[in-house]
Design a protein around this ligand. Sequence first.
Ligand SMILES: Cc1cc2nc3c(=O)[nH]c(=O)nc-3n(C[C@H](O)[C@H](O)[C@H](O)COP(=O)(O)OP(=O)(O)OC[C@H]3O[C@@H](n4cnc5c(N)ncnc54)[C@H](O)[C@@H]3O)c2cc1C
Ligand SMILES: *[C@@H]1O[C@H](CO)[C@@H](O)[C@H](O)[C@H]1NC(C)=O
Ligand SMILES: *[C@@H]1O[C@H](CO)[C@@H](O)[C@H](O)[C@H]1NC(C)=O
Length: 194
Amino acid sequence: MPRRQHITVFAILALFAFIGTSFVLMFRSQPQGADYPGPTSQEPVLVDNEILLGTATAPKLENETLKAELGNAAWKVLHTTMAKFPDKPTEEDSQALKSYIHLFARLYPCGECARHFQQILAKFPPQVATRSTAAAWACHVHNEVNKSLKKDLFDCSKIGDFYDCGCADDGPVKGKEKEKEKDGFKQLELEKEG
Ligand SMILES: Cc1cc2nc3c(=O)[nH]c(=O)nc-3n(C[C@H](O)[C@H](O)[C@H](O)COP(=O)(O)OP(=O)(O)OC[C@H]3O[C@@H](n4cnc5c(N)ncnc54)[C@H](O)[C@@H]3O)c2cc1C
Ligand SMILES: *[C@@H]1O[C@H](CO)[C@@H](O)[C@H](O)[C@H]1NC(C)=O
Ligand SMILES: *[C@@H]1O[C@H](CO)[C@@H](O)[C@H](O)[C@H]1NC(C)=O
């Protein structure tokens, strides 16, 4: 019957079209991570303790000028990271910060600083439960480095809710902000409403 044949040919063509389209889509589509296109399942990112706590990677940094510049910039990154960390982080946020700190220590480009900082981390494990504990912890470990370099110490109890990274206006900061200069720090004091 010609009508039957028509239907059969159409069905076969439709099947080929479907298979063809599926193939094209399969090879075009990228794995969509929740946050950014991540690695495929063939290349998982494994961040276990061996990776987090392994031997520092960099050699000794001989150039003292570079060492100081690097340190200054790195402290800025670290303190600003804490200042921008969520007030109420998820468990995953906290784990990410903890891993970041350990990798920061391991990969820090001044090798002797990295090894020293890893010892400090072993003694004072990262506090990542909230923004303020993270900020206070960073202040404390900065002072630990300062102690060994015979630099001034900063009173970490005066750190307030966070170090002013100049980015307070876009944060979820409630209450009146008062800026204060102290020991080269601009601090924010948060006043309770009502
Ligand atoms: C992880 C790490 C380990 C290091 N280890 C060594 C080492 O072993 N040997 C060595 O010679 N050098 C080391 N350094 C470098 C050293 O700590 C200094 O950065 C460098 O000597 C320059 O010092 P500085 O006087 O410019 O002040 P820094 O210590 O760099 O600090 C300067 C600025 O940091 C900001 N800051 C400080 N405290 C806070 C706070 N609580 N909250 C917010 N902001 C703050 C302030 O703006 C301050 O002016 C290390 C640096 C880092 C990041
Ligand atoms: C040391 O580092 C500084 C700052 O990065 C750089 O300007 C200088 O040229 C370096 N000195 C040497 C000897 O490499
Ligand atoms: C560490 O030393 C630097 C440089 O002297 C100083 O500005 C800072 O307040 C000290 N302490 C901390 C926690 O940053």
